[in-house]
Design a protein around this ligand. Sequence first.
Ligand SMILES: Cc1cc2nc3c(=O)[nH]c(=O)nc-3n(C[C@H](O)[C@H](O)[C@H](O)COP(=O)(O)OP(=O)(O)OC[C@H]3O[C@@H](n4cnc5c(N)ncnc54)[C@H](O)[C@@H]3O)c2cc1C
Length: 427
Amino acid sequence: MSDYIDCHYARTRADRSACPFLAGPLSVETAIVGGGLAGLTVAFELARRGRSVALIEGHRIGWGASGRNGGFCAPGFATGIDGIAARAGNETARELYALSREAVLYVRDNLDRLGMKVDPARMGHISARRVPARAELEEYRDKMAPLGAELRVLPTPETRALLKSDAYFESVVEPQAFAMQPLDYALALAREIEAQRGHVCENTPALALHKVGASYRLMTPRGRISARHVVLCTGGYTGRLLPRLRRAMLPIATYAMATEPCAELLDQAIATPMCVSDDRRAGDYYRRLADGRLLWGGRITARTRDPADLAALLHRDMRAVYPQLGDVKIETAWSGLMSYARHFMPQIGSSEEGLWHCTAFGGHGLNTTALGGRLIAAAIAEGDDRYRLFAPFGLDWNGGPFGPVAAQLVYWKLQAQDWWAERKIRR
Ligand SMILES: Cc1cc2nc3c(=O)[nH]c(=O)nc-3n(C[C@H](O)[C@H](O)[C@H](O)COP(=O)(O)OP(=O)(O)OC[C@H]3O[C@@H](n4cnc5c(N)ncnc54)[C@H](O)[C@@H]3O)c2cc1C
């Protein structure tokens, strides 16, 4: 039986109960593969409408990226508004951005209802620049204002009053963003689905998918499910169940760690409860936890095997920004896989009648899994066709064996550009 990897959220999770594995045949209207926040949202949204659902997860609920991430829930996507508009047009870009803002509110409302209210004092996300960029940030703020974003630009002294590091210059604050405990949220959604008579099965990998007449059959080690609709929500852990889905995504690893409790030391470094990140393509992201620890994440790689010295690597990144935290001990360090499409946007849609996918949320999944899950559930239950807004972002080929190599080269190139830009201003 699979259990959680050792990470901060698994250690501190509120709910220690487990779901059964699937034993025997089951017939439902919709079967969902993948117990991350995408699959859970689809199942929750259908179950609360009284529709019959079964969700199967190969490991534990929230075992994948959804139970291991930074916990920042912020509007937007893994790519910026200009990239979206270039492919889908300005109007679609605007609609998608509005949906992403709505999804942030939806997650916040859910947390509130489920007894995990977001502390108003801990709202906000600060994105700090590592090179001076005031004019650029003000231009960005003005561009996003007509879309409803209420961004605030902080000059360098104000930024450094909050983030006591000379690594940073100006920053931009997104007040709508907030931090959450993502594994607790995933587990609470699973309990809600069960309370609405939905089936939730752990340790139940889908091994094969067959079309039988107008239905689908999902085979698992000890049982099978017949369903009119199947939704694949397998994220960075997508296997060969539907080869064209696997061929359309790249699994990208990223890393995080949690320190020992060290609130007094943190006061000398990070004087804000907001989520923090820098603007590099694979920059640092971190936040102070309510229990006095620091959660710190960063780095990406197309290599999915963990480096042996993961905790030391992240500790070095933290020390490079905050030398004053040099003596802080690391309690846990872990990795997780994100799914990226070549276009950097989620893949939300249907590849044939009754067969849906809701995946590829990249490093921006806490609002977009909610967005995608709600759209797919509304499409199945009510024929709502807003999921078609994602049609321009289809299942593009990932480049086969060259995909991971190309992704790694692009990352190294961006890293080198960031390094060079910083070096110029520090000389
Ligand atoms: C370290 C890290 C930090 C991150 N930080 C943030 C952040 O701060 N903010 C943010 O917005 N996003 C963040 N992300 C990204 C975010 O976590 C993901 O985009 C999101 O959780 C993806 O959700 P998902 O449901 O698509 O996939 P997952 O949560 O990965 O779930 C997919 C599930 O499918 C299951 N599965 C796969 N194949 C099968 C099968 N055949 N049968 C049964 N089950 C199967 C897997 O076991 C897995 O549990 C981070 C990601 C990582 C790894």
